[in-house]
Design a protein around this ligand. Structure first.
Ligand SMILES: Cc1ncc(COP(=O)(O)O)c(C=O)c1O
Length: 456
């Protein structure tokens, strides 16, 4: 065994902590030699800081999970209290906080959703939702969209509709991709929201018919597409997908891992369109990620399928009491502080008008879209042709304009979410109005850097 040096946690310089990290830690989705992770020494609310005291407004909510911000005193206390009562218990036992977390989730869930299966995160939630759908229907195919992310495990990555799937899809079978609505870059040459809705539904209907409706177990989609663009569906789209599913006995699975629990201004994103899926998957915002938690909310009908035959799935940490205790407290904070309504109001009163104003002044802004505390600025080289500021899936030198923009945001004290040619505005839902305005000013100033790449 190699003798390892003790690490420098939060006491050294940024460079020392980053060097220690690079010596021992293997990071997600990264070329290990090319990254330089910023050491985070602490955080409070919407702000975090590094070892050298540089502070950042978190416009990314970490990985769009920190809905109640860093170190929320009620969530921290919930962990302490539960740790003193019972730190862990196997999934086969009944446990009071697990029961209460499930009850509270179901109290807010749409339609006839009536049971919760807990997982440790979003990918596992999608794995299990698909297993339930296949087992319930006796069918094997799953339809999911291009421009989606569903997680990094076997089936979840196969359902994913973006480059992270490419090297990880070899083992999964029966996954078929289709195009969802995206008017700005319409796959259907639409020019209006209504046309995009109608054509996207016609396309999906054709895909179902071509694949054989009796072979399709589920259609899985993000009600608002998250990482792949904050794509808000046109009015009528989700209702149309629901109708198509009902016509052919297909289950509708809403992946709300990123957009559930207040992000778009609703407890569940589907509530915005008043559509009830058969299964909803969740994680992230359910407890702001203080302790890993995810799950599947299950309709009465699907749950009944497993009344007298075993559900073929399980996880050691299913319904972990520390994670469930934070979820319970988080839902109480949501109710006490009116968090979903607050997210909606911040979006309409502050974020949307500020971004639309930026769009009039910055030639690099192609489109503004979003809901609640979840918006995207799509950056372009040319507003008329809509050529993206960087190519699809750009890396290295090709991605430099977006990296320069991100660097400018950080220099302005804002930690941005950047993906391909977009920046997403996804602050904690507890961000103060002043902080939100300050962060938006930082983004506005950084767009000057993106503007320099317009037309070249
Ligand atoms: C929509 C969606 N589904 C699933 C996942 C996977 O969740 P996890 O990383 O917790 O496995 C993510 C993660 O970003 C997501 O955004």
């Amino acid at each position: 065994m190699t003798a390892l040096q003790p690490t420098i946690a939060t006491s050294g310089t940024n460079a020392e902590s980053t060097a220690a990290d690079r010596a021992y830690v293997f990071h997600s989705w990264s070329a290990q030699a090319q990254i330089s992770p910023l050491p985070v020494a602490g955080g409070e609310g919407s702000t975090f800081w590094d070892n050298e005291g540089n502070r950042y407004l978190d416009f990314s909510s970490q990985l769009v999970n920190l809905n109640l911000g860093h170190q929320h005193p009620r969530l921290v206390q919930a962990i302490i209290d539960q740790a003193q009562r019972l730190c862990t218990v196997a999934p086969a036992f009944a446990n009071d906080v697990r029961t209460e977390a499930a009850r509270m989730i179901l109290e807010r869930a749409p339609g006839d959703l009536s049971r919760v299966f807990f997982t440790s995160g979003g990918a596992e939630a999608n794995e299990n939702a698909v297993r339930m759908a296949r087992s319930h229907t006796g069918r094997h195919k799953i339809l999911s969209t291009y421009r989606s992310y569903h997680g990094a495990t076997g089936t979840a990555i196969a359902m994913t509709g973006e480059p992270r799937r490419w090297s990880g899809e070899s083992g999964a079978h029966g996954i078929v991709h289709f195009f969802g609505p995206y008017l700005y870059r319409s796959a259907f040459h639409s020019t209006t929201e209504a046309q995009e809705c109608e054509r996207a539904l016609q396309h999906l209907t054709t895909v179902v018919e071509m694949e054989g409706p009796a072979t399709v177990a589920a259609i899985v989609l993000e009600p608002v597409v998250g990482t792949n663009g904050v794509l808000v569906p046109p009015a009528g789209y989700l209702a149309g997908v629901r109708e198509l599913c009902d016509r052919y006995g297909i289950l509708l699975v809403a992946d709300e891992v990123m957009v559930g629990f207040g992000r778009i201004g609703e407890w569940f994103a589907v509530d915005h369109w008043d559509v009830a899926p058969d299964l909803i998957t969740f994680a992230k915002g359910v407890n702001s990620g203080y302790v890993p938690l995810g799950g599947v909310v299950i309709s009465e009908r699907v749950a009944a399928s497993f009344a007298d035959r075993a559900f073929p799935g399980g996880l050691t940490y299913s319904g972990h009491p520390l994670a469930c205790a934070v979820a319970v407290e988080s839902m109480k904070v949501f109710a006490d502080d009116g968090i979903p309504a607050r997210a909606r109001r911040l979006g309409e009163d502050i974020i949307r008008p500020a971004l639309e104003d930026m769009a009039t002044r910055h030639p690099s802004v192609g489109e503004v879209r979003g809901l609640g505390c979840f918006f995207a600025l799509e950056l372009v080289k040319n507003q008329a042709t809509r050529e993206p500021l960087v190519p699809f899936n750009a890396a290295g030198a090709a991605a430099a304009p977006m990296m320069e923009f991100a660097g400018a945001c950080k220099a302005n004290g804002v930690w941005p979410f950047v993906h391909f040619n977009r920046t997403h505005i996804a602050p904690p839902l507890v961000i103060s109005e002043d902080e939100l305005r300050t962060g938006l000013k930082g983004i506005d100033a950084a767009l000057g850097v993106a503007d320099q790449h317009v037309g070249i």
